[in-house]
Write a protein that binds this ligand. Structure first.
Ligand code: M6R
Length: 373
């Protein structure tokens, strides 16, 4: 049932304040004046110690689920101190890449039925790794065949393009980082800031959804473009990949997400006054590097669209707001910023598709659940 919405993708984008609330329900404890704020992940309780002690955490997934894990990777590394590596499921299986008994392999999948991810799970089980599932589908093959796991609880997702599952996956993995991270005094303030940030996230998402009309206007400007680049780094490298994936899969416009740090190693050659480029430049430790990327793109007359933190227009537009288009988003704790930042890009992909006259819920050649190799 689409309710007041025209399409499932639109409904699922706008549902995110509620889906995120459901994902966190019963799992975060505020703590009293004397008690610390904590995270409880029932499905992992017997395995937390083994995960903490593992030699490595390997995230395995495809498409959007892979991107969600990429967004969460830095906070898991920071809070747990355990090295984290990333594997696209099909590539791990193709290479028969190394997976060891001392590894924790985390399988991320909305459907829990993706063939490539399931094959990678079989492979990791054969190699003796501790296998954890993060899925949105209770009773799915990945939920059943892993040793333990966390349900995303984002609610049923019908649009082929994954939207609310993505943001809920990031939140689940941020909670995983808190659960496996040690509670050393030195990290206490950081942990509490993240927990407070999680509690407030649905409000911030409600706020960023107000950009809907602005993104429709931007889509009108981009409707006839051949291509769109998205540059991000740090926490928001994943936002660049995921934003570009959304645009290409539904609006059928060529789009590539790129690591901004790689710009000078090739992509810079593409820059001219015609190609639209989205740069994610919200406040975090990489902000000054993104400012310099914007300057370099500006110097080559790049057609810039910058996603920045509220109030930062002057800091991100070298020639003032006439030189680039700016999308201002609320600032949240850095590791949660990808949840906020993806939303204008989801809205952009949605409006571009509708304006271009394509099927937004059922893009050509794609299936919601890819159960064949
Ligand atoms: O169900 P899964 O999360 O395992 O699916 C993985 C991908 O097929 C999926 O995320 C795909 O990339 C989406 N259509 C992207 O919107």
């Amino acid at each position: 049932n689409k309710g007041k919405y025209e399409h499932y993708m639109q409904k699922e984008i706008h549902e995110q304040p509620e889906s995120l609330t459901t994902t966190m329900r019963g799992r975060l404890k505020r703590g009293g004046s004397t008690k610390a704020k904590t995270v409880l992940l029932g499905g992992l309780k017997d395995h937390i110690k083994s995960i903490r002690r593992s030699r490595r955490i390997v995230f395995i997934g495809c498409g959007t689920s892979y991107n969600a894990a990429l967004a969460a990777r830095p906070i898991i590394e920071e809070l747990s101190g355990v090295p984290v590596t990333m594997e696209i499921a099909s590539d791990l299986v193709d290479r028969q890449g190394p997976i060891y008994r001392e590894d924790t392999a985390v399988f991320v999948s909305q459907s829990g039925e993706t063939a490539d991810t399931l094959l990678a799970l079989e492979y990791a089980l054969e190699n003796g790794a501790l296998c954890v599932g993060i899925t949105n589908t209770v009773g799915s093959a990945i939920a059943r065949n892993t040793h333990c796991g966390i349900h995303i609880n984002a609610g049923c997702e019908i649009g082929v393009a994954s939207t609310k599952a993505y943001t809920s996956q990031i939140v689940v993995m941020a909670m995983l980082a808190l659960a496996i991270g040690d509670d050393a005094i030195s990290s206490q303030a950081r942990r509490e800031a993240i927990i407070d940030g999680l509690f407030d996230l649905p409000n911030k998402v409600r706020e960023v959804l107000k950009l809907d009309q602005e993104m429709k206007e931007l889509a009108k400007l981009l409707i006839a473009e051949q291509s769109l680049l998205v540059f991000g780094r740090g926490y928001n490298f994943a936002t660049a990949l995921e934003g570009a994936l959304k645009v290409k899969e539904v609006s059928l416009m060529h789009s590539e997400g790129m690591l901004a740090g790689e710009m000078k190693h090739g992509p810079l050659a593409l820059v001219d006054e015609n190609l639209p480029i989205i740069v994610i430049a919200t406040r975090d430790a990489c902000f000054s590097k993104q400012q310099s990327v914007i300057q370099q793109l500006h110097a080559r007359k790049g057609r810039l669209i910058v996603v920045c933190s509220k109030g930062d227009v002057a800091a991100v537009c070298p020639g003032g707001s006439s030189s680039c288009r700016v999308i201002e988003v609320p600032q949240v704790e850095d590791c949660l910023q990808p949840v906020v930042n993806i939303i204008p890009l989801q809205l952009l992909a949605y409006h571009l598709t509708v304006l271009r006259g394509y099927n937004v819920d059922q893009p050509r050649n794609l299936a919601k659940s890819v159960t064949t190799q």
